[in-house]
Design a binder for this molecule. Structure first.
Ligand code: DGJ
Length: 733
């Protein structure tokens, strides 16, 4: 007994003796700045790194050195810039590591930092290190000065000689201090994506997450707005932080308000089933989290993100993509060469600029005549299209149209030659049912052989005809019964490496095909995120083409993503998803607020409807540069179901386009509905012309008005009936 006690005491004493000393540092400030915002980090004497400010730009951030603070927070190290599980920290961790010996403690301390300049951006890398193990973390901040946007990602390096497990590995952690936090985020489902929801956050943990693997954004979008010190989301007033994660797989964004009332926002890959094994000597790089801070409401926050996205965040951002006719809702799987040529004739006749052949063009042994067969067998269906894709593309080009085609390369139908040939390529868990979704399985992109195959599908499709201009990349189910035959016992890598595999493929595609326009579709808006948009020019915003539903979906999407990525199509009535009937003009006016397209059989339009279509397409071409490149101002929210209005203004404020819609009948519209325009030059005279009508619904049509008059309440078009709408072009005189 005596001997055992002695051994124990010796062990404890030894540990105490061996405990490493905390580092000693020079107290200093690291200020990460854009034109109008500052993110200020404070290095304490003991090397602890604390986030002390994210908000308005500070000219003297070093004054934070004078503020009296507790170096050690006995209640849990609140305010840590990148809090790790272990030591004193007891909250939600940005980093949680399990070491080979089973230990869970990491305590990160500052070891140095560097600043460098890139195009339009100042990059700051802060080095942190655990004071006991050889784990190192770099926090990388890219501050885009003009756009007021800061990107953060993290690089975690295992400098030891044994594998460690990353249980949590956030891209970013952002501590902020306010009295009230109003969170707005975007949930949804198929045909109802990006539904905005706002709630005041209390002292608890709020999590936005996706565990779908692919189609990750059909439920929640990895983005949010946090309005500070207010109970209402305002377009024009108050402090707002907006954030979006550039990742197309499982994500998790959490908001934890601790007992100091401060809020920590953690953003990154979801740790769900993803305890990532980081081998000795390896580095894990997280995806980027994109932040902006604005003090003029959500409108300004969105404009900051949009400007950044058009310049840096979206492939070909701000480039004007062509108007198009897509074959899906007009023909579905039932077409022949003749059907498609007829559609192309009509598309060209209406002034559209591209024809896109959607699903149904491939498979012979297992023909793609419905959604039950063919995925995986990407050869042209000889029965439907004996002349081949080349013939169709040439015909389109001959008519002055660009040509695009649909693929869904990540998927396979059990009824396909591919599923028979490579059953091991299917995402699956040994011995379990491989559940089908839309009659299909998911291919395992964690496997490099599958990555090659998926790249090959894109590559071979591009070779079906010279000059294919556009690829619609679809992805129509979520991952279930997850697992990878390729990864063997390391299944924890699956979700992360699936998405990395997808990006590997997309990177290769962009190296080989820099100019092809790629639409990112996933049963509509199931993959709307800045990770995919690094490679894709636009998204299929939703399968719901009902213009009334689109009002809310497009409005909410615009909080985070710019209009240049938002594909919006005019479809037939009754609408195929909702059965609703709305006027053709209303449908056009809604679609013209994004990248305009049509998705119907043009032969079904009456002569009068055709004439209206020609007119709307013609006028769209006059102002679409504003939609693709202008600054967005949301004037009225469709959330309450009465009106929706928005406008885009050119950077020099010389031109603008205003879209107004009545979603319900309201008696008060008899006298006109006042919309206060925004973003104009108050002293400039703007000539206002309503588009696509013979008789305008506004008394001032065709005349010029000062910007201050239009912004001050002088603009009041009469949207007299439900689903009436009007589009106005404003040109400075
Ligand atoms: C889902 C897409 O969202 C639709 O636009 C269409 O391409 C179908 N898939 C085709 O199967």
């Amino acid at each position: 007994m005596m001997k055992r006690t002695l051994t124990l005491i010796t062990a404890v004493l030894l540990t105490l003796v061996q405990a490493k000393a905390l580092p000693v540092q020079q107290r200093q400030i690291i200020s990460i700045e854009t034109e109008n915002s500052s993110l200020v980090l404070l290095v304490h004497e003991n090397g602890r790194l604390e986030t002390v400010h994210y908000g308005a730009h500070l000219d003297s951030p070093e004054q934070y050195l004078q503020r009296s603070v507790k170096t050690d927070d006995y209640n849990g190290q609140r305010g840590d810039t990148y809090p790790a599980t272990g030591g004193r920290f007891v909250g939600e961790p940005a980093l949680h590591v399990r070491y080979a010996d089973g230990n869970h403690n990491t305590e990160l301390y500052y070891t140095g930092h560097q600043v460098s300049q890139k195009e339009g951006c100042t990059s700051t890398t802060v080095h942190l290190k655990d004071y006991v193990t050889a784990l190192e973390v770099d926090l990388v901040y890219d501050a885009y000065r003009k756009e007021d946007v800061i990107l953060q990602h993290t690089e975690i390096r295992n400098g030891g000689n044994q594998t460690v497990e990353l249980l949590n590995y956030a891209s970013s952690s952002l501590y902020i201090d306010a009295d009230e936090y109003l969170l707005t985020h975007f949930h949804g489902t198929w045909a109802s994506e990006m539904q905005p929801e706002s709630e005041l956050l209390g002292h608890d943990l709020k999590v936005i997450e996706s565990r779908r693997g692919v189609q990750a954004t059909q439920g929640n979008n990895p983005s949010f707005l946090l309005s500070l010190n207010t109970k209402e989301l305002s377009e024009t007033d108050g402090e707002v932080i907006a954030g979006a994660l550039a990742w197309s797989g499982n994500f998790r964004i959490s908001f934890e308000r601790d007992d100091s009332h401060r809020m920590n926002i953690l953003s990154g890959i979801s740790p769900f089933a993803s305890a990532y094994p980081l081998k000795a000597g390896a580095t894990f790089q997280t995806p980027e989290m994109i932040f902006t801070w604005a003090d003029e409401g959500a409108g300004e926050a969105s404009r900051n993100l949009h400007r950044w996205a058009r310049r840096y965040g979206v492939y070909g951002g701000g480039q004007i993509n062509p108007t198009l006719l897509n074959s899906w809702e007009g023909a579905y799987f039932n077409f022949t060469t003749k059907t498609l040529l007829g559609m192309m004739d009509d598309a060209a006749g209406m002034g559209l600029e591209m024809f896109v052949l959607d699903d149904g063009w491939f498979g012979n042994k297992y023909p793609r005549n419905d959604d039950k067969a063919g995925l995986g067998d990407w050869e042209v269906n000889k029965k439907k299209l004996p002349e081949g894709i080349d013939y169709l593309a040439k015909y389109a080009h001959g008519k002055g149209l660009k040509f695009g085609i649909w693929i869904e390369p990540e998927m396979v139908n059990p009824a396909s030659s591919l599923a028979k040939k490579h059953p091991e390529w299917v995402v699956q868990s040994p011995g379990r049912e491989i559940y089908q979704g839309r009659n299909q399985w998911v291919l395992d992109l964690a496997n490099p052989a599958v990555q090659d195959f998926v790249f090959g599908i894109f590559d071979n499709t591009m070779k079906l005809a010279p000059n294919i201009d556009y690829i619609k990349w679809d992805c129509n189910r979520v991952i279930q019964s997850f697992g990878s035959s390729y990864l063997g016992s390391e299944q924890d890598r699956f979700f992360v490496e699936y998405t990395q595999g997808l990006y590997n493929v997309m990177r290769r595609i962009r190296e080989k095909y820099p100019n092809v326009i790629v639409q990112c579709c996933s049963s509509g808006g199931g993959r709307i995120d800045y990770g995919a948009l690094r490679y894709c020019n636009e998204v299929w915003t939703s399968d719901n083409t009902d213009a009334v539903c689109r009002a809310l979906i497009q409005y909410a999407t615009s909080f985070i993503y710019p209009a240049c990525v938002m594909a919006a199509h005019v479809s037939a009535v009754p609408n195929h998803q909702t059965r609703a009937v709305t006027p053709l003009k209303f449908r056009f006016d809604m679609a013209c607020a994004g990248r305009l397209g049509m998705e119907l059989q043009p032969k079904d339009l009456s002569a009068e409807e055709r004439a209206l279509a020609d007119r709307c397409i013609g006028s769209y071409k006059k102002y679409r540069d504003l939609v693709f490149q202008g600054d967005l101002y949301r004037l009225a929210s469709p959330s309450d179901g009465s009106y929706y209005a928005l406008m885009y203004v050119s950077e020099d404020r010389s031109r603008a386009v205003v879209f107004t819609y009545a979603l319900a009948y309201e008696a008060r519209t008899v006298g006109g509905k006042t919309f206060r325009l925004q973003g104009l030059d108050p002293s400039k005279d703007y000539k206002v012309s309503e588009q696509n009508v013979d008789r305008s619904c506004w008394w001032g049509d065709g005349q010029s008005f000062k910007g201050d008059f239009l912004m001050g309440g002088g603009f009041n078009p009469v949207l007299g009936s439900r689903y009436s709408s009007a589009v106005f072009l404003l040109e400075a005189q």
